[in-house]
Design a protein around this ligand. Structure first.
Ligand SMILES: NC(=O)C1=CN([C@@H]2O[C@H](COP(=O)(O)OP(=O)(O)OC[C@H]3O[C@@H](n4cnc5c(N)ncnc54)[C@H](O)[C@@H]3O)[C@@H](O)[C@H]2O)C=CC1
Ligand SMILES: Cc1ncc(C(=O)O)c(C(=O)O)c1O
Length: 309
């Protein structure tokens, strides 16, 4: 079983991934090109650790599991059996990272990408042992959401997929193996179908952004956490779905470009919480309060869904 992991990229996802892996007993060497990101990540570890405590996720009795921040790629991958690439969602940056680690790692080391949806087959063109490259797609916030997608590309060895699936399971998380390397895999195909329609409804003035969130969170979201889409079809009745989808599907958004509202906001550097403004505006105090409140609620819901409370 894998015991030593290297984590490259400590932005939004990195600190939570490091915290969760180390709580699972892995020794993690963590690296980022940005000193600011390393500083922030080191502060986030304690916060993530406190949330893992509230989730009652215990470290192994042996006391194994550490996070060590290191300053070079060579130190990061030294002795690692698994390298998790968690750099920005840009194929050139990811390819450059694979080229940089290639001479530093042995042929038995697994390289897992946390890409949100770049096909693994495309990434495999940039590494010399493609059979050892696999998608390991965490969901944000990664120390709280237990599901991780595992995706093999055309050249990924079945044993590589099995090793990552077993590792995820062994540390108490929920692997879902995606059988075809489609863009966006499964989670983001479903999420982006929802987001495309949601943005379209707001852009067309059908609903205010706040009301859209109330509708989805308290209508669909709350329900789907308990009853997945396939089970929901059976609950509603396939006859109902047949009738509604026969007229509704043709009216749903099918735009194949980025929504104008998103282009406009990103053009003004309005990225959301990370810049203080996006769909909504946030003061630093509100961001802190929101993050705490969301973590508390996600922990409470997860404990209920797991039957712990
Ligand atoms: N943000 C999200 O909700 C999710 C993101 N992902 C995926 O995870 C990956 C990382 O995403 P985020 O954490 O959101 O990105 P981010 O942009 O917040 O962080 C990326 C980090 O990588 C660092 N970096 C850039 N080039 C580097 C290099 N050559 N070597 C080492 N570090 C480097 C940056 O300094 C930055 O700290 C992406 O592929 C993304 O699509 C997956 C699940 C959810
Ligand atoms: C907007 C958005 N995009 C991608 C992802 C991802 O899973 O890669 C997420 C997420 O919540 O994890 C997301 O919210």
């Amino acid at each position: 079983m894998i015991k030593r992991a290297a984590l490259i990229g400590l932005g939004t996802m990195g600190p939570g991934i490091a915290a969760r892996l180390s709580r699972g007993g892995l020794d993690v060497a963590a690296y980022d090109v940005s000193d600011v990101a390393v500083e922030r990540a080191s502060g986030m570890l304690d916060i993530a650790g406190a949330i893992l405590d509230r989730l009652d996720i215990k470290a192994p009795a042996s006391g194994a599991g550490t996070v060590r921040f290191v300053r070079t790629l060579a130190e990061t991958v030294d002795g690692a059996e698994l390298v998790i690439e968690n750099v920005p969602e840009n194929i050139d940056i990811k390819a450059e990272t694979y080229r940089a680690i290639d001479p530093l790692i042995g042929s038995s080391v697994i390289v897992a990408s946390d890409t949100s949806g770049i096909p693994i087959t495309k990434l495999q063109a940039h590494i010399s042992h493609p059979e050892r490259l696999v998608g390991m797609h965490w969901s944000n916030p990664p120390h709280i959401i237990p599901m991780i997608e595992v995706i093999g590309g055309e050249k990924t060895a079945p044993e590589t997929v099995a090793t990552i699936r077993d590792l995820i399971r062994s540390i108490g998380l929920l692997p879902v193996v995606v059988k075809k390397d489609v863009p966006g895999f499964v989670e983001n195909r479903v999420l982006y179908a929802l987001l495309r329609e949601a943005l379209d409804l707001v852009e067309r003035g059908v609903i205010e952004p706040e009301d859209l969130d109330t509708c989805v969170s308290w209508g669909i979201g709350y329900k789907v956490a308990v009853i997945g889409p396939m089970a929901l079809l059976d609950m509603a009745g396939l006859d109902i779905y047949k009738s509604v989808s026969s007229f509704l599907n043709a009216d749903l958004s099918n735009r194949d470009d980025v929504a104008p509202m998103v282009l406009e906001k990103t053009g003004l550097s309005k990225f959301g919480i990370k810049s203080g403004e996006g769909m909504f505006s946030y003061t630093p105090e509100q961001i802190k309060a929101l993050q705490g409140e969301r973590a508390r609620k996600l922990v409470a819901v997860r404990r209920i869904l797991e039957g712990q409370e």
